[in-house]
Write a protein that binds this ligand. Structure first.
Ligand code: FE
Length: 250
């Protein structure tokens, strides 16, 4: 298994780490952004993949330094191994402020707890080398406190659970209509509402995006595919729109 380079210039690389997961745990993608000698790991995952993700991250960084750990929201497939990451690196971990008092329940050592920092609801910027990464709101998609990262150099939007797909055997979507079956059920159940989807779509459609890279499953590449996905989100009824089906007989 090899890492996949999504973008590379002389000074900037975006890397999808190899598939390390197996068994009952949901498939999850780990992404790395390197600018100059500075690195950021996004949604690094749980204990089963921790050692492999850490060693591949360090191999990709070479002599560089992991500066940031980005946590899009509080789920275990994102956050569970955070203590290990903080104990073995000097990186700062960033998560939506809403979850800062909940994440320590995964077990954060007193020595490292000050390096878990909250990001405001509206997002902001994180400096990585000479690049300003944009942190964007994606609340209720699916978590009530949920953020995404947009990289203006590679024009990749790291969308977290939004755009996730399960069960397909490819890492890049080539046929959107054929792909829909792998993501529709997930979005109908995990995303909060069409209102939340439409608000995100309004923001996303103003960005210059080449790739949307979710935390599970296949990514969307190229402006037509990105546009198609954003429009699909804006039209999808999901979550509380479908509330009656979760109360059968009541
Ligand atoms: Fe999640």
């Amino acid at each position: 298994m090899k890492s996949t380079t999504l973008f590379a210039s002389d000074t900037h690389r975006n890397i999808l780490l190899p598939e390390f997961g197996e068994g009952a745990a949901v498939q999850a993608n780990q992404h790395l952004i390197i600018d100059g000698r500075a690195g950021m790991i996004l949604d690094p995952g749980g204990h089963k993949v921790y050692a492999k993700v850490l060693s591949e991250t360090m191999a990709q960084l070479g002599g560089g330094k992991l500066e940031h750990i980005f946590l899009s929201h509080q789920d275990p497939d994102i956050v569970a191994a955070l203590n290990g990451w903080l104990m073995t690196t000097d990186a700062t971990a960033w998560a939506p402020h809403l979850w800062i008092r909940f994440i320590p329940h995964f077990g954060l050592d007193r020595l490292v707890i000050d390096r878990l920092k909250g990001l405001p609801d509206g997002g902001g910027t994180l400096k990585l080398g000479s690049t300003e990464l944009q942190v964007l709101p994606a609340h209720f998609l699916h978590s009530p406190g949920n953020l995404q990262v947009y990289d203006p150099v590679s024009k990749i939007l790291y969308s977290g659970d939004l755009g996730a797909s399960l069960g397909q055997d490819y890492i890049e979507v080539s046929d959107f209509a054929a792909h829909e079956q792998f993501m529709k059920g997930f979005h109908q159940r995990y995303m909060a509402s069409n209102r939340a989807m439409r608000r995100w779509a309004t923001m996303a459609s103003k960005l210059d995006i080449e790739v949307i890279a979710p935390q599970h499953g296949a990514l969307f590449r190229g402006k037509p595919m990105v546009k198609r996905f954003i429009e699909w989100c804006a039209a999808l009824e999901c979550g509380s729109d479908l509330i009656d089906q979760f109360y059968p007989g009541h």
